[in-house]
Design a protein around this ligand. Structure first.
Ligand code: NAG
Ligand code: NAG
Ligand code: NAG
Ligand code: NAG
Ligand code: NAG
Length: 812
């Protein structure tokens, strides 16, 4: 524990040694190997000797039958959680956490591992564990001290005697009621401890919005001081600022809360009733203004896009929507706002003006500014000119006016802003501007331009409601983007249908917003299914032409009418694909469901499948291959984590990756994908393709998204080497995964790309790709990274650690 400190302070050395001995001694004879706790309401947690802290299952509020493996203050009535293990993987009722000789293991009732304490590097065996009075849960070995401590893996809270070093960080929760990972971090970066927001799509950090101080260690010492230790050993006190702490009579904790504010709290140890945690110290003091920095990219602020952020007296952000906007998610005001009406590019004239200016008026607000979204500045400008310009400009959503009376040179300035509006904030002292929001007049005709208030007679009303329904629930920016995307697609389909499909009876699936074709249409379009593009497990794919806005060519997949499974596949495919929209997924345009005929109409992919590209005569360039690998990773990450229903593809292989005219990879054929409606359902009746299937297919364990990660790993090796995963004639190197690991572990990675100059001259990338692939093909599904992590690794956003041997037969 804390060894680097030994160099500097003899008193501390003794003190810490004593603490360390105490820690290990207490650990003995308490929780021993084989002891376990079950996730249910009656389960009695493991308590620390004083009873201050408890380790056990905490029922998640509002989520029936879901539990968090957590540590909390056991004597405080309003349960305060200070650490938790399974934030992304709630444990259902009946799950079990057990101390095994390798550490703590949390399994669901089916025996699937949800979390485990990271095994120590050496093979030290755990002998026992204990909940300490400091709030630290430790696992000890017989003779080599603690092999794991919860203090070393903090979530969003630190406690007295806990420290953060350069490798540890705090990560906030998503909302005040959700324990899922949120958008803020406290971490060490370049000599400073900083607070930053992360990009929710990639997990990449934005620049810091607050700097806590320089130094390489953040210490919450036993007396209750939070301090930063600089490299020469000197300590800088951060908190508390005024009165000295009194740990005899108070509990302390510091938390990076879901709204990005780092707060130091205390709570009396002997409460007289009615107490709550009181905040002693808050950073940043004004979070809304902390995000306003024109030189740096700090993220979209505490409230998300299109919002107005106001820092309250207690330092917390108060988020509201500007006039004409409303919350994307009514239950989460920190998630951004959307415009109540949406204007479409189609309404813009060729010169960028709108022909519907008489539909709009302005609502004004004082002391508000959006410092970064302007696309045009008029100076000098009067209020009238400012309004006229914004009204006529179809890109303008808000105009900010600085009156001639307040500006220094006596002339007014008008900033025109477009969506999304970022970093909106209120400041009554520093902002002397008027915001003019362009809103739809209340008496404006309710045209179909306005999806929020559709015409009641509109036959597509259900569709619109469905679209809005899908939008609620996921994260702000994603919602925003998909709202725009879906709205546009919806309007294209809706508006163009009568023109483009003259004579063809048209319909649309209310649930999925897809075109429904007759069999005759498709027979015509494909010239009686003349040009066959490929043949899959469930049917044939033919090329067709539709006189439409879809780029003329389409791929029509004809499902074999005699395959019984085919019917189920068809329904699944239509429903699932109709709801997905991602650059790296093949788009479904429509379908035919007529009598015995089941057909799917996809956008046509100019450059065929990855398989023919990769194993064809001309080897694709190294850069092209890297681009393709990243595209596939992002597409899968979307299927696994970002679309409204989790989708496991189950048959990832190069034949199922198509390439468009710019060689962007598109995942196709959700033929085997089943909806994971809830994670207790086992996937059945599916089969992958030999060579790409993960080992757990052959075990009697539930399948997870990690089967796709495995197949992706195999395919990544194929992309690196441009050879198939099994090539019998290559003898010793016949199985690509074995050979690749062998080359990697012997340090002869370049052997994998023997005749590939480009790859050989980029050894660092090659090594990185190889390591990612080996992580993906780990026999143990839990060791495989998520596709989100994989895409971050491929982008170079995170370091790729050296992977272990993938073939260890670890019993599940
Ligand atoms: C760390 O902070 C101290 C005091 O604020 C300052 O004197 C020193 O130059 C800083 N060190 C670095 C490396 O920025
Ligand atoms: C904690 O820090 C304060 C302020 O630097 C110091 O006075 C106190 O002795 C420290 N306590 C311990 C236990 O190191
Ligand atoms: C250690 O460094 C800090 C700034 O980083 C400086 O203020 C302090 O005087 C230094 N202390 C010693 C003992 O050198
Ligand atoms: C937050 O802002 C809204 C809208 O400006 C206001 O009505 C509300 O009172 C504010 N809440 C607090 C706690 O100040
Ligand atoms: C699981 C277990 O044995 N917990 C014990 C640890 O030690 C404390 C205090 O000695 C007991 O109260 C717990 O029951």
């Amino acid at each position: 524990m804390i060894s680097p400190l030994y160099h500097c302070h003899p008193f501390l050395v003794i003190l810490l040694s004593v603490l360390w001995i105490l820690a290990t001694v207490q650990a003995q004879g308490n929780v021993s190997v084989g002891n376990f706790l079950s996730a249910n309401d009656e389960s009695i947690p493991w308590q620390s000797p004083s009873g201050d802290f408890a380790f056990g299952f905490h029922p998640i509020q509002g989520k029936e039958d879901q539990f968090l493996l957590a540590i909390w203050y056991a004597k405080i009535p309003d349960r305060t959680i200070v650490w938790y293990a399974n934030r992304q993987n709630p444990a259902e009722r009946g799950s079990k956490v057990e101390l095994t000789s390798t550490g703590l293991v949390l399994k669901d009732p089916k025996g699937r591992v949800l979390w485990r304490s990271k095994s120590p590097k050496d093979d030290t065996q755990a002998s026992n564990a204990a909940m300490l009075d400091t709030g630290n849960f430790v696992i000890a070995s017989r003779n080599s001290g603690n092999i794991w401590e919860s203090f070393k893996y903090p979530t969003d809270t630190i406690l007295p005697t806990q420290e953060l070093d350069a490798d540890s960080s705090l990560s906030s929760a998503l909302t005040d009621r959700s324990y899922q990972e949120g958008k803020y971090q406290l971490r060490f970066n370049n000599g400073f401890f900083i607070l930053n927001q992360i990009d929710m799509f990639t997990g990449k950090p934005y620049n810091n919005y607050f700097n806590l101080g320089n130094g390489s260690r953040l210490i919450f010492n036993q007396s209750g001081y939070i301090q930063i230790q600089s490299s020469n050993g000197s300590l800088l006190n951060l908190a508390p600022e005024n009165a000295p702490p009194d740990p005899e009579s108070n509990y302390y904790r510091a938390i990076l809360s879901f709204d990005g504010v780092f707060t130091f709290y205390s709570y009396p140890r002997n409460p007289s009733g009615g107490e709550s945690w009181s905040a002693w110290w808050i950073r940043p003091k004004d979070i809304c203004s902390s995000f306003v920095d024109s030189t740096a990219r700090l993220g979209n602020g505490p409230c998300g896009y299109n919002t107005i952020c106001e820092s309250l007296n207690n330092g917390r952000p108060n988020c509201s929507c500007p006039p004409g906007f409303s919350f994307l998610d009514e239950s989460n005001p920190y998630n951004g706002c959307k415009q109540d009406y949406t204007s479409y590019l189609e309404d813009c004239n060729v010169d960028g003006s709108t022909s519907e200016e008489d539909l709009f008026e302005f609502k004004s607000m004082q002391f508000v500014d959006f410092p970064f979204s302007d696309f045009g500045i008029l100076q000098p400008a009067t209020e009238f000119e400012c309004k006229q310009s914004c009204l006529r400009d179809c890109s303008c959503a808000v105009a900010i006016l600085q009156d001639s009376t307040v500006s220094e040179d006596g002339s007014g300035t008008c900033w025109k802003k477009k969506l999304p509006l970022s970093n909106g904030h209120v400041n009554r002292e520093t902002i002397d501007r008027t915001s003019l929001f362009k809103v739809l007049k209340s008496d404006a005709p309710k045209t179909k331009k306005n999806p929020a208030t559709p015409n009641p007679n509109d036959e597509n009303q259900d569709q619109v409601i469905w679209i809005l329904g899908v939008l609620l629930g996921t994260s702000a920016v994603f919602n925003f983007v998909s709202f725009a995307a879906i709205s546009l697609i919806f309007f294209c389909l809706y508006k163009r249908r009568p023109r483009d499909f003259n004579g063809i009876p048209s319909g649309s699936d209310l649930e999925t917003n897809l075109r429904s074709f007759t069999y005759k249409d498709l027979e015509q379009a494909t010239n009686r299914f003349k040009e066959e593009l490929g043949r899959g497990a469930f049917g044939t794919v033919c090329k067709g032409e539709l006189p439409s806005s879809f780029g003329n060519c389409v791929a029509v997949k004809k499902l074999d009418k005699f395959v019984q499974e085919g019917e189920r596949e068809f329904k699944t495919e239509v429903k699932v694909i109709g709801q997905t929209h991602h650059k790296n997924l093949v788009r479904l345009i429509g379908y035919c469901d007529e009598g015995e005929h089941r057909l799917l109409v996809y956008e046509f992919m100019q450059n065929g499948s990855l398989s023919s590209f990769l194993f064809g005569v001309l080897r694709p360039s190294w850069q092209q291959r890297l681009h393709i690998a990243l595209g596939i990773a992002k597409g899968l990450a979307y299927l696994h984590e970002e679309c409204s229903i989790q989708i496991i593809h189950c048959d990832i292989k190069p034949q199922n990756i198509l390439l468009d005219d710019s060689f962007t990879a598109k995942i196709s054929d959700f033929g085997l994908a089943k909806l994971l409606i809830n994670n207790t359902k086992t996937l059945t009746g599916i089969r992958g393709t030999k060579g790409y299937v993960a080992p757990e297919w052959f075990r009697n364990t539930p399948l997870t998204v990690k089967v796709d990660v495995y197949s992706f790993g195999v395919m990544l090796l194929e992309i690196i080497t441009c050879r198939r995963c099994v090539e019998i004639e290559m003898e010793d190197a016949a199985i690509l995964t074995d050979w690749a690991y062998e080359c990697h572990s012997e340090g002869i990675a370049e052997k994998l790309v023997e005749n590939d100059e480009e790859a050989r001259s980029d050894p660092a990338k090659l090594e990185m790709l190889l390591k990612v692939a080996i992580w993906c093909v780990q026999d143990e599904p839990l060791l495989r990274p998520s596709m989100r992590t994989v895409s971050m690794m491929l982008e170079g956003a995170v370091q790729v650690p050296t992977p272990p041997c993938p073939f260890l037969a670890i019993p599940l």
